[in-house]
Write a protein that binds this ligand. Structure first.
Ligand code: DGT
Ligand code: CA
Length: 372
């Protein structure tokens, strides 16, 4: 049976208050307190911005992007508030494990960011939305059991509607929009809530008297094109009608990295001891994804918190731990030689220029495969 495009079933999965929930999972005692994840700029003690916060802090007014100083002021009466620095490596590791769980539910997956992905489950549901709901519930349960993590899921006939659905109820939401509910779901929403409409477009639409999605869906296309151009104009109208043909497509991963905080700031360090686990981990992750890399690099975060990178292109693509150790050690040695007097606080390995490994390079064929 072939299915037309509008008979697709797409899931949008969004991990709730991602960085802050990662912290709650490893420190369960902070769960009911306001939790604020900070990007400290390092200039003065509290300079920098809030990356994200848990819902306890959000209800009190602490949102992504506000200055840390302002967040501290808002929470000055909440003596239990917890302010934590961002720990991207830990969040990346959590993200990767959860993305693997998602991947086991559909061959067609597109990871959008560290905490968002689309899954096309059409081949399992064949247009039956009750089975899509079951898949979504199973995904939510498995992520909760395996990682103690909540997420929100939106279900719809395309990526646009699934994305709008997931945003409709967070945290721990599950929102399903059937194909014949798309228009009634979108119509009353303020136009600024429509995926792809930023503040500037919203303002221009407002000036045209277009306030809600229904106004936009019914607006004359030529009028939209005259203001927004012949690409964006018609695109806006299609979005407002809930039409989106964009397919769910796995993006090629471009790089992979691991970083470690050294026991003490170093001018040189024991590569075997400090770098080997990173190289092993990267090698295993490449193998799991059937990838090879063409470049290996190092990341050095210096004592004064500057990030320095070096990279080298390899003669042949590899996923070899030994190769990563060899090139990583050489790059760090030359980094230390060229940067006299500079200490390193955190050290990392990054591989890039990733390519798909031919299966033959990843495993030895069995006799049956060989002769088959
Ligand atoms: P949600 O999905 O509304 O429950 O909350 P989040 O925190 O997951 O928000 P989302 O999905 O927009 O962003 C995912 C992560 O990206 C978030 O946990 C932290 C990071 N992030 C979001 N906005 C900012 C920002 O303005 N600055 C920085 N540094 N990081 C951000
Ligand atoms: Ca999120």
């Amino acid at each position: 049976m072939s299915l037309s495009r509008d008979a697709r079933t797409i899931l949008a999965v969004d991990l709730d208050y991602f960085y802050a929930q990662c912290e709650e999972v490893r420190k369960p005692e902070i769960k009911d307190k306001p939790v604020v994840i900070c990007v400290f700029s390092g200039r003065t003690e509290d300079s920098g911005a809030v990356s994200t916060s848990n819902y306890v802090a959000r209800r009190l007014g602490v949102k992504s992007g506000i200055p840390i100083i302002l967040a501290k002021r808002i929470l000055s009466k909440n003596i239990d508030a917890v302010f934590l620095p961002m720990d991207r490596d830990y969040y990346d590791a959590v993200s990767e494990r959860i993305m693997e769980i998602l991947r086991s539910h559909s061959q067609k997956m597109e990871q959008m960011s560290v905490d968002e992905a689309y899954l096309d489950v059409t081949e399992y549901t064949r247009g039956d939305y009750s089975s899509a709901e079951k898949i979504a519930s199973t995904i939510k349960r498995r992520i909760l059991e395996a990682e103690h993590f909540t997420c929100s899921v939106g279900i719809g006939p395309n990526k646009l509607v699934a994305k709008m659905a997931v945003d409709a109820k967070k945290p721990d939401g599950l929102t399903m929009i059937l194909p014949d509910q798309v228009r009634s779901f979108l119509d009353p929403l303020p136009v600024g809530k429509l995926f792809g409409v930023g503040p500037k477009t919203e303002e221009k639409l407002g000036a045209m008297g277009i306030k809600i999605v229904k106004d936009l869906a019914n607006c004359d296309e030529a009028r939209l094109s005259s203001i927004f151009g012949k690409n964006l104009g018609p695109q806006l109208k299609l979005s407002a009608q809930g039409i989106d043909d964009d397919i769910v497509q796995e993006r090629e991963q471009e790089q992979l990295s691991r970083i470690v905080t050294l026991k003490q700031d170093a001018r040189a360090f024991n590569f075997e001891y400090e770098l080997a686990p990173l190289c092993r981990d990267i090698s295993e992750r490449l193998a799991a994804k059937k990838l090879l890399c063409k470049s290996v690099g190092i990341i050095a975060i210096t004592t004064d918190l500057k990030t320095k990178n070096r990279a080298r292109t390899l003669d042949a693509p590899t996923s070899s731990e030994a190769k990563f150790m060899e090139v990583g050690s050489e790059l760090f040695n030359s980094f230390f030689d060229e940067n006299e007097g500079i200490g390193v606080r955190r050290a990392g390995i990054r591989v890039s220029n990733l390519i798909k490994a031919a299966d033959s390079q990843m495993k030895n064929p069995t006799l049956a495969e060989f002769f088959g």
